[in-house]
Design a protein around this ligand. Structure first.
Ligand code: NAD
Ligand code: DAU
Length: 352
């Protein structure tokens, strides 16, 4: 039986990866290691609690001694590493947290894997989940490929770029079997409402201002989170050691166009008069160092591993809105307490 340690499995993408692996591979043991920061939530996994091939362990990847002991006792065959601080705005106000978790935490895992798998690297795999933000910002044309030079601009993307470099260095220096994927913006259920789409859904639902940074002209390439999880599954099982794949949906949207579409969907779902939600759009001070455009060329993944996204954006966005409207309790749970303080600090003194 294969034992896979998934880090960050209580977060947005991690919970979808854990779910797909548990369902697709009944003969694997899945261990979910998560610190349960503000972004980690066991409510994301309630449907899996009783699965016989699933276990949750609470722990911090920045604690080297704990991680080393975990590898000695659990002896995982592979790691799929998603645990991270993931929000660009938080990285601007608290960069050191991102260095600790994203860089030091990743190196702790690499060290533990290197020691524990010594002499048998060929039968073990370290899969590092990364982001397209490491490539920096595009102008009006072009796309990121796997060979685009790294050019991170935010403390978040700099920390992810650094962790990618460490992962590749452990392959080149020690021969560890590593794989990296760099994905574009995800959307879907269980997305923490500090990120654009769930934040806007929550605010529209509550008739609150929908903050759009700058002029709303920045462009992101959106992918349904379950398609990201299916790409990870395919890459984990089929990629060559040391390889890298870009993952994306060929689905670029200007922020303001996306928000307008979301407003139309919300008006319809909430039975509001057309234009009601759009009236909540409020332009606020731009994000510092705001990357203009991301666009992923996922041709390598499509050609070599025959992966394609399953869902059109309009359909996926409508499904996402349905999930948030049907899961009031989840939203209330994550937006109580500290979220209110974060929101005040980030937005309430920020309107132009
Ligand atoms: P998230 O913030 O929703 O979840 C992160 C998870 O990591 C949480 O459950 C949190 O509790 C856990 N965690 C944080 N610090 C930890 C620590 N020190 N020890 C153990 N666990 C810790 O993030 P997400 O959006 O699901 O992103 C997951 C991964 O995918 C990240 O590595 C991110 O860089 C990458 N990624 C995200 C996107 C996106 O659009 N969200 C796109 C591409 C890549
Ligand atoms: O590209 C992949 C990345 O996508 C991941 O690596 C990150 O973990 C993930 O958070 C995401 O980063 P972004 O910064 O692109 O996502 P965010 O949802 O924060 O912002 C999307 C766009 O919307 C961006 O141009 C900033 C803008 N924005 C965001 C917020 C939160 C607003 O206009 N208003 C907002 O309130």
């Amino acid at each position: 039986m294969k034992k896979i340690l998934i880090t960050g499995g209580a977060g947005f993408i991690g919970s979808h990866v854990v779910r797909q692996f548990i369902k697709n591979y009944a003969d694997y043991q899945i261990i979910n290691l998560d610190k349960l920061t503000y972004a980690g939530n066991l409510l994301n996994l309630t449907d899996l609690e009783d699965a016989p091939n699933y276990r949750f362990i609470k722990g911090d990847i920045t604690d080297a001694a704990f991680i080393s002991e975990l590898f000695q006792t659990e002896k995982p065959d592979a790691v799929i590493h998603l645990a991270a601080e993931s929000h660009v705005d938080r990285s601007i106000s608290n960069p050191m947290e991102f260095v600790m978790t994203n860089v030091i935490g990743t190196v702790n895992l690499l060290n533990a894997a290197k020691e524990s798998w010594k002499g048998d690297y060929a039968n073990h795999r370290f899969y590092h989940v990364s982001t397209d933000e490491v490539y920096g910002s595009l102008g009006e044309t072009g796309m990121f490929t796997e060979t685009t030079a790294y050019d991170p601009h935010s403390p978040y993307s700099a920390s992810k770029a650094s962790s990618d470099h460490f992962v590749r260095a452990y392959h080149d220096t020690y021969g560890l079997d590593v794989v990296i994927s760099n994905c574009s913006n995800n959307y879907g259920s269980h997305h923490f409402p500090e990120k654009l789409i769930p934040l806007a859904i929550n605010n529209i639902k509550n008739n609150k201002a929908v903050p759009v940074y700058g002029k709303g002209e920045n462009i992101r390439d959106w992918l349904w989170v379950e398609d990201h999880a299916s790409a990870i599954d395919r890459i984990f099982h089929q990629a060559k050691a040391g390889d890298t794949y870009n993952i994306g949906g060929h689905n670029e949207w200007k922020n303001i166009d996306l928000i307008q579409l979301l407003c139309r969907i919300m008006d319809e779902k909430l039975g509001r008069e057309s234009g009601t939600s759009a009236a909540l759009i409020t332009y606020v001070t731009d994000r510092a160092g705001h990357d203009l455009r991301y666009a992923i060329d996922s041709g390598k993944l499509q050609k070599e591993l025959n992966w394609t996204p399953s869902l059109q954006f309009e359909e996926g966005l409508a499904k996402t809105v349905d999930w948030y409207l049907e899961n009031d309790e989840w939203l209330e749970n994550v937006t109580s307490g500290n979220y209110q303080d974060y929101y005040k600090q980030q937005y309430e003194y920020n309107e132009q």
